[in-house]
Design a protein around this ligand. Structure first.
Ligand code: BGC
Length: 781
């Protein structure tokens, strides 16, 4: 397990000062570079040793049959899994006949630095070969935000004390051998050799490999170009075969001299384009990158990130580790989504193959809110991706006997990839989560064109789904039965409160949107009767409530179930799903992850203050946090209901999920939703941000541990800066028309002339809620 002490605590960089081979799998995820289109795990340049070699392209997957012991109607027959595409990172080194391999010889120093402002990953090391030759190696890597098809490596080697002969091999390698699967269902199916060779090429410094996936029929091209600088008599040659294209550089280096290689790598892929067209695409991207050159690419990267940080930075005074962690989180969320451009944003981003590279509700519920207020363009693109998958979602709805669109629980290309019905297709709430993201994006940006072209269709098709999935009972109440909410430890249950409230918002938003866009509504075949039926269903939505306990039920009948036997459950039996049968988990009161508590946040106006407090106190002792998506939601409601210390502990858990490898599976890729949740815990938790309808509300309150929290939000073309101290909050508008907000329910007009400071009212303290034994978050707040 990585302990955070493996990395120094610095505000803008993540520094690993020593190499621990046992930690390589995790650090490959932590040091992954991506732009949403290309993802390179933080593998060592020389390729070995490794935990998991990983180079990914957003949307590139292979299909495989989904096996069932007992298949049923409507079970998806084919799954999709992300594949490790051609590896362009590899630069191998031979020092006086010895391969540079850290498992041999003596590693005198090794440092890796991920700089969150420059976007560069730098590695510096000194190594003495078993034969006694010492070299200094420095490599710098980037995956470009500005040229999305491009990644690059600058590699330098120099002798430390005596003359050495070096051979550097810069490669493109396809079909790398992957380690086997360890039985954890959250890991990926490793598909061996998924790429069929179509073309290989090497000439001078230029390399290219084109492959095609066997079943999904996607063509992938990777190309590289090099600039070599070295002493006289440095020689260069290149060669290629089906799965390997290689540039070989040979030189003799005297002390004081160095060999430098700049490698530009481009990727292109397509399900439609021909081999010549794709080859040209990869070459053209490379030509553009060559035109810029390494230096300019690095400068563009810095400028792109400067711009991002000006919009998105969150400043935290009082806990340096959290300051670093939130920037690390923001950086990785940006990397996951920045240039995804109408492709899925997977749960692991492009940092690993965990969950087979699938995108879940994580995207709309956790990632898009952050991006909405910091990089809204990426949100529009992500939702356009959902729109582009509507044909598959409509087909799935038909298959299920429903109307509208049934979006998949997990997918890469749009079709349902979950082979497990109860925690897959039955989790229909993903449809309302997509609608919620549409509504938030539109409210935050006022992008009416997006609403007309994309929003109305997504809202309509999801509203149709809810209307056909639910039914009115004889008393007129609307129920949605037999669904799974966010808590995957309850399944196929009736009237899940979160689902019903989110569906209600979905139905109303759809009815409002078609009124605003009558022409678009007519194109989609929506008439007044249909939208009236949506409103009726919304108005009659049943929300189960236990009058005796005075709490909302997670789903109808939930509070009547037997409680899970927490006292007999040993700490090593978590996560429960790996140690107990689902049938037993499903029929007990035990909550994997915030569900009703998530409803308290996402559907905030529905609950009064007293119910928020009572519900939170009821569900806390049942919630085991076997999903990394939980802590940030609990942080938000703990903060709102008067438990700032507990909220802080949950914030810390979300923030350090990967830096401390809390779930022991960071090796499979980063937990992007939890990273985004770090922002949520701070901005919605301690900043109290809620955005319902047109109202942007804040209810800021800091935990004792922090002396200041500051963040910015992009709202309706303006930048609002919020700075929170222990006693007062200050709202400043960078420029533009005045903005109406609320501060602890009081209306406030923020104009660009001056900062507005308002006092923070006292919060009513409440008795601390319990957590299940062994599941209390580490205390820090
Ligand atoms: C959670 C889901 C989540 C998935 C991917 C599961 O463990 O229960 O809510 O979507 O992980 O992050």
């Amino acid at each position: 397990m990585i302990t955070h002490t493996s990395y120094g605590v610095e505000p803008w960089v993540l520094r690993e000062s020593e190499l621990h081979l046992g930690l390589l799998p995790q650090s490959e995820s932590v040091f992954a570079l991506a732009n949403g289109h290309i993802g390179w795990r933080g593998n060592l340049d020389e390729g070995e040793p490794h935990g998991l070699p990983g180079s990914y392209l957003g949307g590139v997957y292979e299909t495989h049959p989904l096996p069932y012991a007992e298949a049923g109607y409507g079970y998806p027959e084919s799954g999709q899994t992300v594949i490790n595409v051609t590896n362009g990172k590899i630069v191998r080194l031979l020092v006086d006949d010895e391969p540079f391999d850290l498992r041999y010889g003596r590693l005198r120093s090794h440092e890796r630095v991920l700089d969150l402002r420059t976007g560069l990953l730098t590695r510096t090391c000194e190594w003495t070969s078993p034969a006694g030759s010492t070299v200094r190696v420095r490599s710098t890597r980037l995956v470009s935000f500005t040229q999305r098809a491009i990644a690059a490596v600058a590699y330098e080697v120099e002798p430390v004390d005596s003359r050495i002969r070096v051979v550097v091999q810069s490669e493109l390698v396809a079909n790398e051998q992957l380690p086997g699967r360890d039985g954890d269902p959250r890991a990926a199916i490793a598909l061996q050799a998924p790429l069929e060779p179509e073309e290989h090429f090497a000439e001078g410094g230029r390399l290219r490999l084109v492959h095609r996936t066997r079943r999904s029929g996607l063509r992938v091209a990777a190309a590289a170009d090099h600039t070599v600088t070295g002493p006289e008599r440095t020689s260069v040659s290149s060669e290629s075969s089906d799965d390997l294209a290689r540039l070989t550089v040979t030189s003799v280096l005297e002390p004081g001299s160095a060999l430098r290689l700049e490698k530009l790598v481009s990727y292109g892929w397509s399900g439609n384009r021909s081999l010549p067209a794709l080859r040209d695409q990869a070459d053209a991207a490379l030509a553009a990158a060559r035109h810029s050159g390494w230096r300019e690419l690095a400068d563009e990267q810095r400028a792109y990130l400067d711009d991002f940080w000006a919009r998105a930075d969150v400043e935290v005074d009082g806990d340096e580790e959290i300051q670093q962690a939130v920037r690390f989180a923001l950086f990785h969320v940006l990397q996951a989504g920045a240039r995804a451009e109408q492709r899925a944003i997977p749960a692991k981003g492009l940092t690993g193959s965990g969950y087979d590279g699938h995108a879940f509700w994580d995207t709309e519920t956790f990632v898009l809110p952050l991006l909405t207020y910091t990089s809204p363009g990426a949100v529009a693109e992500a939702l356009r991706w959902r729109q582009s998958t509507l044909p598959a979602a409509r087909e799935r709805a038909v298959q299920l006997g429903l109307r509208g669109a049934a979006f998949p629980w997990r997918t890469i290309a749009g079709s349902e990839g979950s082979a497990y019905w109860p925690a897959g297709t039955a989790a229909f709430h993903v449809n309302a989560d997509i609608a919620d993201a549409v509504v938030r994006y539109t409210a935050a940006t006022g992008d009416t064109r997006f609403e007309r072209d994309t929003g109305v269709e997504l809202l309509t098709e999801t509203a149709r789904l809810w209307r056909s999935l639910g039914h009115h009972d004889p008393q007129g109440r609307f129920h949605i039965d037999g669904v799974t909410g966010p808590d995957e430890y309850s399944a196929v249950a009736d009237d899940n409160t979160y689902t019903n409230l989110m569906a209600r918002a979905n139905l109303l938003a759809a009815a409002d949107a078609v009124e605003r866009h009558p022409r678009r509504a007519a194109e989609l075949g929506v008439d007044e009767e249909e939208s009236a039926a949506w409103r009726d269903a919304a108005d009659a939505m049943h929300i189960p409530y236990n009058h005796e306990l005075g709490v909302h039920e997670q789903h109808a009948g939930f509070t009547r179930y037997q409680r899970w036997d927490f006292t007999s459950t040993r700490p090593d039996q978590y996560p429960l799903m790996l140690h107990f049968p689902y049938f037993d988990i499903y029929r007990k009161q035990v909550v994997k992850q915030a569900d009703l508590v998530l409803a308290l946040y996402k559907c905030s106006p529905f609950f009064d203050e007293e119910h928020k407090a009572r519900n939170f106190a009821y569900y806390e002792p049942l919630t085991v946090r076997d999903s990394s998506l939980s802590a940030c939601c609990q942080a938000v409601i703990a903060a709102e209901t008067g438990h700032p210390g507990l909220a802080y502990d949950y914030l810390v858990e979300a923030a350090l999920m990967d830096l401390e490898d809390l779930e022991h599976n960071t090796r499979d890729g980063l937990h992007i939703a939890s990273l985004a949740g770090t922002w949520t815990a701070l901005v919605a938790g301690f900043g109290g941000l809620r955005h319902h309808g047109d109202t942007l509300e804040f209810a800021p309150r800091l935990p004792e541990r922090l002396s200041r929290l500051a963040f910015s939000l992009e709202v309706l073309g303006r930048r609002l800066r919020v700075e929170i101290g222990q006693d007062a909050a200050t709202y400043t508008l960078a420029a533009g028309e005045p903005l109406e907000i609320r501060h602890h329910r009081e209306p406030l007009t923020v104009d660009a002339d001056k900062p507005h400071s308002l006092p923070i009212p006292e919060q009513r303290p409440r008795p601390a809620p319990d957590q299940p034994p062994h599941r209390r978050p580490n205390s820090r707040g």
